[in-house]
Design a protein around this ligand. Structure first.
Ligand code: NAD
Length: 456
């Protein structure tokens, strides 16, 4: 059975279309991308050599508004992956009810192997190559895996320079060029709360789910796979809500403390300093820190492990985190981490999908059979694009909103969407994932053009 995220997405929309009474015309439009763009990005490296990187931008659908979606820097990026992620953005914007369509982009690169100058040059050249197809009312990128506010600043800056020197052939006159991209630093027109938005939105989604089902999030145990931007803020917020974060991991492993990690912010600081989560057992500001060598070769000498012993902690592999005895599993890394190979061993009763497309089709079927509840990606991680919309709106209207205002609006929108999706699931006796697609398709149907006029 094929399991590529793009094929999986197409099947999901086909299944939901029958339940949402989607017109064949709209369904056909959603099963393809409006436009795919592939560019070459030549970069002069620090040693004087030339390298050419490959970049992609997919504009899936703009029925609801300008194409919107992040830019990812990763060695595994290819057109199929970007197509699937752009499709998910169309559905995500619809389910969270904002006037944006779906887009996504990426560059096939391991950014950790580039110097800061090379990374900036790559980003600026990619922006120049895309400048004719992006714009505040046309297509608005944002951060994703391995891209951050500083990279968004370079995109906004390069876009401004490029459009002031050439008239775009597509798109309208630019009065607010900074709105070409979201997730910018505050001093470049970013919004308060954008950095935290995806993780925080996920925690609000879980809280709303428990509220809807008369349950309490307090004292539930949580394992978070992926301790980057999204995983870190989700863990911090869930901890503030009273959940116990028992484990966090990155691509090289992680830590498991059955009684709960006392201070997520300290672990994040430790990861930043040592480059690894594994070994970051922190009590206050005092952390055990293993070097990368020690974690990869655990038989070797561990440095100070006082805290680890005191907390009864263990280092875990990237795979182990998925099957720990916890109530809630939060995949917040990359696609396809939950598969037929590990789904039977997952012990969590709830899965909060903060990564895009973390569950394969086979794993989804296993979870459904086992009664595991999934808060699906297009709902669980929609907080990011929602606050991106707030940022774009503030740029377009010359406004500045406070952080508390942003979080209040985020909370209200996520709660409304969660309630709508889970009530649809209950009414129609369908999975939460199918229900999220039904809600999205209904919204798209109400904005779609009717099928083209035909002579009889
Ligand atoms: P990031 O680059 O900040 O963090 C990714 C993390 O995943 C890193 O800690 C990395 O080490 C870890 N990771 C990679 N492979 C892993 C593995 N096999 N096991 C465990 N950890 C692994 O990226 P991010 O912005 O936090 O995005 C994470 C996920 O959330 C992605 O799927 C992304 O598409 C999705 N997402 C992000 C946003 C956003 O606003 N950033 C919005 C919606 C969805």
């Amino acid at each position: 059975m094929s399991n590529s995220p793009w094929e999986r997405a197409q099947k999901l929309v086909q299944n939901a279309a029958a339940l949402a009474e989607t017109s064949p015309h709209l369904l056909a439009a959603l099963l393809v991308s409006d436009r795919t763009v592939e560019v070459s990005i030549p970069v002069e490296m620090d040693d004087g050599s030339q390298r050419v990187f490959h970049g992609y931008r997919v504009q899936h659908n703009n029925i609801l508004g300008a194409y919107k979606g992040g830019i990812r820097y990763h060695e595994s990026v290819d057109m199929e992956e970007v197509k699937a992620l752009a499709f998910l953005m169309t559905m995500k914007c619809a389910v969270i009810n904002i006037p944006f369509g779906g887009g996504k982009g990426g560059v096939r690169v391991d950014p950790k192997k580039l110097s800061a100058r090379e990374l900036e040059e790559l980003t600026r050249e990619f922006t120049r190559k895309l400048s004719l197809v992006i714009g505040p009312t046309l297509d608005v990128p944002a951060p994703d895996v391995n891209t951050n506010p500083e990279i968004m600043r370079w995109i906004a800056d390069e876009y401004k320079k490029t459009v002031s020197s050439q008239k775009p052939i597509i798109g309208s006159a630019e009065q607010h060029p900074e709105a070409v991209v979201t997730g910018k630093p505050l001093d470049a027109g970013g919004s308060e709360g954008r950095t935290e938005a995806t993780g925080l939105g996920g925690s609000y989604a879980l809280q709303a789910f428990f509220k809807e089902h008369g349950e309490d999030i307090r004292d539930k145990t949580v394992a978070v796979q992926g301790f980057g931007n999204v995983g870190r803020w989700a863990a911090e917020s869930l901890q503030k809500m009273g959940a116990k974060i028992a484990a966090v991991s990155d691509s090289r492993g992680g830590i498991y403390i059955p009684d709960g990690i006392p201070d997520i912010a300290a672990v994040y600081k430790c990861k930043k300093a040592s480059g690894l989560v594994a070994g970051c057992y922190c009590i206050g500001s005092v952390c055990d820190q293993a070097s990368s060598e020690e974690v990869l070769r655990p038989a070797g000498r561990m440095c100070d492990i006082k805290n680890r012993e005191k907390m009864r902690g263990h280092n875990i592999t990237p795979e182990e985190i998925l099957t720990l005895p916890v109530d809630i599993l939060v995949p917040a890394a990359l696609e396809d981490s939950l598969t037929a190979g590990n789904a039977e061993k997952v012990q969590a009763k709830y899965i909060l999908e903060l990564a895009n497309s973390p569950t394969t089709e086979e794993a989804d079927a296993i979870f459904e059979k086992r009664g595991v509840t999934i808060i699906p990606d297009i709902l669980a991680n929609a907080g990011g694009v929602l606050v991106s919309y707030f940022e774009w709106y503030q740029n377009m209207h010359g406004e500045r909103w406070s952080k508390s205002d942003v979080f209040e609006k985020l909370h209200a929108s996520v709660e409304t969407a969660v309630t709508e999706v889970f009530r649809t699931a209950k009414d129609k006796r369908i999975s939460s994932r199918t229900a999220a697609y039904v809600v999205a398709l209904r919204r798209l149907s109400s904005s779609a053009n009717p099928a083209p006029f035909r002579h009889r």
